[in-house]
Ligand binder design. Structure first.
Ligand code: GLP
Length: 236
């Protein structure tokens, strides 16, 4: 485990973007596993800046996102597809056809989960998976007590996750209660994992996840067993 402390959110974002940009430079046709939430926004902003300077080329990169809310269309401003288009994809030279997010409007969610798993395996797996962490230790939308054996699946979101995500919606009733997420097994199969956590409110859960017992109560704790884990954090 490689633990990298940063001085503030900008420093965290620059360091995380450096790791991602090194991956793209070393393997221009890499598969990046991407995440949503507020933490990665600065990382994406930094990548866009370096792209604009001519330092990174995304033309051969493929991306697969961790998760999507059930029932939200790609043009709903709270959907994760919308988030990715607006915070990253439309600002860089990635081919949008090579960007994948689970389909929140799939008619058959079980089939969508299998399609997503097949897609990842056809792409040859994920070279670098970026992760944020929820206050209860969730990664993607793998809530506490999830089986570590799961690949892509449907989850019922925890009350605490619904509360935490309510800040993005007009009313709490609008927050979707279900989501499609890559499972812990899918995440653990990524060749490299980059976990980012910023803010004093993440200190406790990061300590439990990285230094506490490995348990489904804290889904992120399984990352202690990942052979190539980098954690960039700042608790200021
Ligand atoms: C959501 C996402 C997670 C993310 C988490 C934390 O629940 N599904 O992937 O890690 O939020 O988000 P934030 O970075 O806003 O704290």
């Amino acid at each position: 485990m490689n633990l990298i402390e940063s001085s503030d959110y900008n420093d965290l974002s620059r360091k995380a973007a450096n790791v991602i940009s090194a991956q793209v430079i070393l393997k221009p046709d890499c598969v990046l596993g991407l995440a949503t939430g507020s933490t990665p926004i600065g990382t994406y902003r930094q990548l866009i800046e370096w792209y604009n300077k001519g330092d990174i080329d995304f033309s051969k990169v493929t991306t697969v996102n961790l998760d999507e809310y059930c029932g939200l269309s790609p043009d709903n401003s709270q959907s994760y597809r919308y988030f990715m288009n607006h915070n990253l994809f439309r600002h860089i030279n990635i081919d949008i056809k090579n960007t994948y997010v689970p389909n929140g409007l799939a008619k058959d969610y079980e089939e969508e989960c299998r399609r997503y798993d097949n897609l990842i395996s056809k792409l040859g797996g994920i070279d670098l998976q970026l992760l944020g962490i929820g206050h209860n230790g969730h990664i993607g939308f793998n809530e506490p007590d999830v089986s570590f054996e799961k690949t892509t699946h449907i989850v019922h979101l925890d009350e605490s996750t619904i509360q935490a995500n309510a800040r993005f919606f007009e009313t709490i009733d609008e927050v979707p209660k279900k989501a499609i997420t890559m499972g812990i097994k899918s995440i653990m199969q990524a060749k490299k994992v980059l976990l980012i956590a910023g803010g004093p409110d993440k200190k406790g859960i990061i300590e439990r996840a990285l230094h506490g017992p490995v348990t489904p109560d804290v889904p992120a704790s399984i990352l202690q067993f990942h052979p190539d884990l980098t954690v960039v954090y700042c608790f200021e």
